[in-house]
Design a protein around this ligand. Sequence first.
Ligand SMILES: Cc1cc2nc3c(=O)[nH]c(=O)nc-3n(C[C@H](O)[C@H](O)[C@H](O)COP(=O)(O)O)c2cc1C
Length: 164
Amino acid sequence: MTAFDSLEFRRTLGRFATGVCIAATVDADDHPVGMTINSFGSLSLEPPLILWSIGNGSSLRPAFEKHGYFSINVLRVDQVALSNTFAMSPGDRFAGLDWTAGLGGVPLLNDCLARFQCAVERVLPGGDHQLILGRVVALETFDGEPLLFYAGGYRRIGDSAGGW
Ligand SMILES: Cc1cc2nc3c(=O)[nH]c(=O)nc-3n(C[C@H](O)[C@H](O)[C@H](O)COP(=O)(O)O)c2cc1C
């Protein structure tokens, strides 16, 4: 038994500010698929590993687990609409978007702050999510300001900051 409820857990986790990314891969029909995530993190420098988690109930879980490659596309502050599309849209989330096929054909957003191409290193069970470890095989950075997620909402650097 825990001494806190799930709402308190979520609210407290929300005090950790993150960036916002789109994780993308290719499904069994060779279609580009992707979803908004903020569980992205660094894991290891040598070898270069990153991690993120996918909900067990996500429709994209089979694609990410089976394809073998995925991309992580870090969003800019002006890409809230894109983040919402990849978190909520039931249809083709890549429709009308400018993207390039990377390793294994995985979609790379041409408009973003940074992108990582990764090979699936391991998938580990973690409660109601699966932890996906990726070996980074290519990376790029571009100019711009990051989109942040904090306390359940989108933020930009400098929001309600008193300076430090
Ligand atoms: C800011 C933000 C961060 C999110 N982070 C994650 C995440 O790390 N892992 C996850 O499984 N879902 C995350 N989601 C939810 C997914 O984007 C959402 O459930 C998406 O619709 C999943 O695709 P599906 O509906 O095809 O399963 C996040 C949503 C938002 C708005």
